[in-house]
Design a protein around this ligand. Structure first.
Ligand SMILES: [Zn+2]
Length: 826
């Protein structure tokens, strides 16, 4: 069982449903050549998007190395340009975006347990929060598991990479390079892997300006042309790179396809002693053929022969050779010095070979489940369709699953182009855990995820919940095992055939309708729970528990579901205590967030079914707010919690300029990066301010601003930020309305903030603006540009780069009082 798990994890990337499309003849030729290469390269950086996708595409498709990208984090702490997911949910999206990118450039994706806790100004802070030894262990683990010959870092160890996570990723890579081959370091890993010493580690020079090839700084750098063209694929690596990079849609990193020579520079950071230094290439002196390993020669020769004799017009002629190579690999893998623990290559190449054989035979294995979800303890019907589009006489022997013993014996020849369908019923054991992304099963520490099983550390996503094993044989004693995950297929009228993974889910999930319930006074509020059945028709009871001092009525609500997927509502009345109080309301089961975007497979993420309750006095002025949503945030709900009626302003509303009836208009985060109409229609908003309106603009990034400054007077948006969420805040004008009306603000209102104070602060503001509060990170100068206030005509304009979009959904009490004052400003 344990070994099965290890093998599953090794095979995991290729199991991904999206990778199952049969290879075309150009891809087959490359894949055949790749079978003869046993060299590998690992790129290390900090975040989704740090990786040099051109280099990954080049290594993987030109040099045909096994190529990996180790992103230390999943990008949880960033901003989201396509929706309102933040934190761990954003990390799930970015994980899938990286996997989508890897499907294009051909590299594999790995992670560490490090959590992206937001911007960090230095590696010391980063390493302290991540836990230096913990993440170093993970980098060593990744090296031992992947066994790269060469490692390349995106960033230098010396700080020019800016972000503390960046520099820390390079520091850890260099340290791990020294330690991974030492059996006395992290010996607990040696139960699963052997020590491994890569040959060299380089820094892949980057610069915001093009590097001059005659610059003395790069006189000793090795050079690679990543703009090289691959005639089989009809693409340059820089073209593939752009397509790959454009998968980072949540970051808005759509990229242009560059053509022509693109030189990259590589500086040696460390090298193992002995042997020649690299003079012209990163891999100088490294044998990447099978002969480098004792016993590998024979299989290498056979694979060479298969590659050399491939006929794209009759690929099936290659099958007998490839089957012999598979048998030889199997025999090699049975030797102790080639066990999966010592050698990843057997599993890697066996898996590549399975794909190549399938490609040569036009073999397709569709495993379609009747549904995309199944409750532990229940049955799931699965149809397995196997088709062979060649004359090679494969026999479909068995179709099985570890949850369907014994396997179904088929024993039929797969005739050319005649599908064979086998139905199988999977009995999912009652103790199967729900399909929660493994790194989210336990609450995280401040700087890292908690993962108990060593073998899961670094794996990009959960292994498939329900893999199906299809066994093929021929009349010459060859046996092939194809492991294919059960997936759910459906046809979308616009997008065509769609698929998603099958997840193991609880009977019932219950979501509290809101994340935060603010009680600005002692009046009760209604809290709605939405319960959804995954197990079919039946009765259930929905409960809501509240913290001490709070009360809820009724205690429970009986509900009845008509069918699987049915959703019912239950309404509770929650009464707060008289005095200030905070706590969690908890539903009686797990909650569920569905993440669905067109560029990534749909994801289910379970939560603990809680919502934050906050009883704090918040006063407000006005009743109606118009909201100009930017890239997506949850601030409108925060305003509703305070008691406002919030209407979303459409482009038409902006164009008509009809803002009558609003007490304030608020621009959402990045509205001046994303809402093109604002470029034309801001004068109408300012005219409305002149006549007595209050216009509040939240943070925008300084790149791609639609207007230099959206206010009545000029200012600049910089990339200055205050990243320490506890950074002290100074009151520059204690008597100012923003600090006094209608809520009296005290330093306590800046307590309990999450992730950071604010980002993209302003500089160079016109003296007509007033600054009211100021803050800064340790050892930096004060930054008063986080919030600007100006009277304009009869109205008020406020530009605020403080972190309302994070603090309000996190239920930070002071943030509500502060933001109420901003939208109440007169
Ligand atoms: Zn980064």
């Amino acid at each position: 069982m344990k070994r099965t798990l290890a093998v599953l994890l090794l095979l995991f990337l290729a199991l991904n449903a999206a990778a199952q499309r049969p290879l075309d003849s150009a891809q087959l030729q490359l894949a055949l050549q790749k079978l003869t290469v046993v060299g590998s390269a690992l790129y290390i950086a900090a975040h989704p998007d740090d990786e040099n996708t051109a280099l990954l595409a080049y290594w993987s498709n030109d040099r045909l190395y096994r190529t990996g990208y180790l992103a230390l984090t999943r990008g949880d702490g960033g901003q989201n340009l396509i929706g309102d997911e933040k934190g761990e949910l954003l990390g799930v999206i970015r994980t899938q975006e990286l996997l989508a990118a890897r499907r294009i450039d051909g590299a594999e994706q790995m992670f560490s347990r490090a959590l992206d806790f937001g911007f960090s100004k230095g590696p010391d802070e980063t390493l302290a929060i991540w836990g230096h030894d913990r993440i170093l262990a993970d980098v060593v683990w990744a090296i031992r598991r992947f066994q790269p010959d060469v490692i390349v870092t995106r960033f230098p160890t010396t700080g020019e990479g800016g972000h503390g996570h960046h520099t820390a990723s390079a520091i850890l890579a260099v340290e791990a390079f020294k330690l991974a081959g030492d059996p006395t370091k992290f010996p607990e890993q040696l139960k699963y892997v052997t020590p491994w010493q890569p040959k060299r580690i380089f820094w892949n020079r980057f610069s915001f300006q093009p590097i001059d090839p005659n610059d003395p700084k790069v006189a000793h750098s090795l050079r690679l042309d990543l703009g090289a063209f691959n005639p089989l694929l009809g693409r340059a690596y820089t073209e593939m790179a752009a397509e790959s990079r454009s998968q980072h849609k949540s970051q808005g990193f759509g990229s242009a396809e560059r053509r022509g020579t693109t030189i990259n520079y590589f500086d040696l950071l460390d090298e193992v002693g002995g042997g020649e230094p690299a003079a012209s290439d990163l891999f100088d002196g490294i044998d990447v053929s099978w002969s480098r390993y004792a016993g590998g020669d024979e299989v290498g020769k056979l694979l060479q022969q298969a590659s050399a004799t491939f006929d794209p017009k009759a690929p099936e002629k290659s099958i007998p050779l490839l089957l012999d190579a598979m048998s030889m690999l199997d025999r090699l893998g049975a030797r102790p010095e080639w066990s999966p623990k010592v050698h990843p290559w057997i599993e890697v190449k066996r898996n590549e070979l399975l794909r190549v054989i399938a490609g040569c035979a036009g073999l397709a294995i569709d495993v379609s489940a009747a549904d995309s979800s199944v409750v532990a303890g229940h049955d799931l019907k699965v149809s397995v369709n196997v088709i062979n589009r060649s004359g090679y006489p494969f026999i479909l022997q068995t179709v099985g699953s570890r949850y369907a013993a014994p396997s179904i014996a088929v024993g039929k020849t797969l005739k050319n182009n005649a599908p064979l369908k086998t139905d199988i019923t999977i009995k999912v054991p009652a103790d199967t855990p729900v399909s929660q992304p493994y790194w989210l099963r336990k609450p995280p520490l401040k700087g890292s995820f908690v993962v108990d099983e060593q073998e899961l550390i670094g794996v990009p996503e959960n292994p498939p919940a329900l893999p199906i094993i299809v066994t093929l044989t021929d009349d010459k004693m060859h046996t092939l095992f194809y492991t294919v995950p059960a997936i759910y297929r459906w046809t979308d009228p616009v997008r065509g055939e769609q698929t998603r993974n099958v997840d193991v889910v609880p009977d019932v999930v219950t979501n509290v309708a809101g994340k935060v319930y603010l009680f600005p006074d002692a009046k009760p509020k209604q809290v709605v729970l939405r319960a959804k059945s995954f197990s079919g028709a039946g009765d259930s009871i929905v409960k809501l528990t509240v913290p001490e001092g709070w009360s809820v009525a009724p205690e429970s609500v009986p509900v009845s579901f008509k069918e699987k997927g049915d959703e019912v509502r239950a309404t509770f009345t929650v009464t707060p205590p008289k005095n200030e109080s905070e706590g969690l309301a908890k539903a009686s089961s797990l909650s569920l967030t569905d993440i669905e975007y067109p560029h990534i497979p749909a994801q289910r993420v379970f939560g603990d079914g809680t919502a934050k309750l906050v009883r704090i006095d918040v006063k407000k002025r006005g009743t109606r707010i118009g909201y100009i949503m930017g890239s997506g945030d949850e601030v409108p709900d925060g305003l509703r919690q305070i008691g406002y009626e919030v209407n979303m302003l459409t482009d038409d509303d902006l164009e008509r300029g009809n803002f009558a009836g609003y007490d304030a208009i608020v621009a959402g985060v990045r509205a001046y990066n994303t809402r093109k109409r604002l470029k034309l229609d801001t004068p109408k908003l300012l005219e409305w301010v002149k006549n007595g309106g209050t216009f509040v603009v939240q943070y925008n990034t300084n790149g791609g601003l639609l207007l230099d400054s959206p206010g009545p007077y000029p200012f600049k948006v910089s990339n200055e930020r205050v990243t320490v969420e506890e950074a002290p805040v100074t009151f520059l004008k204690p008597g100012h309305p923003l600090l006094n009306e209608p809520n009296k603000i005290t330093p306590r209102d800046f307590e309990g903030w999450v992730q950071e104070r604010g980002l993209y602060f302003t500089t160079d503001w016109d003296p007509k603006y007033e600054t009211v509060i100021s803050s800064h990170d340790p050892n930096e100068s004060d930054k008063p540009g986080g919030e600007l206030y100006a009277r304009y005509g009869k109205g008020v304009f406020v530009y605020t780069s403080y972190d309302w979009f994070r603090e309000l959904p996190a239920g930070v009490p002071g943030a509500y009082r502060l933001f109420a004052n901003i939208v109440s400003a007169k």
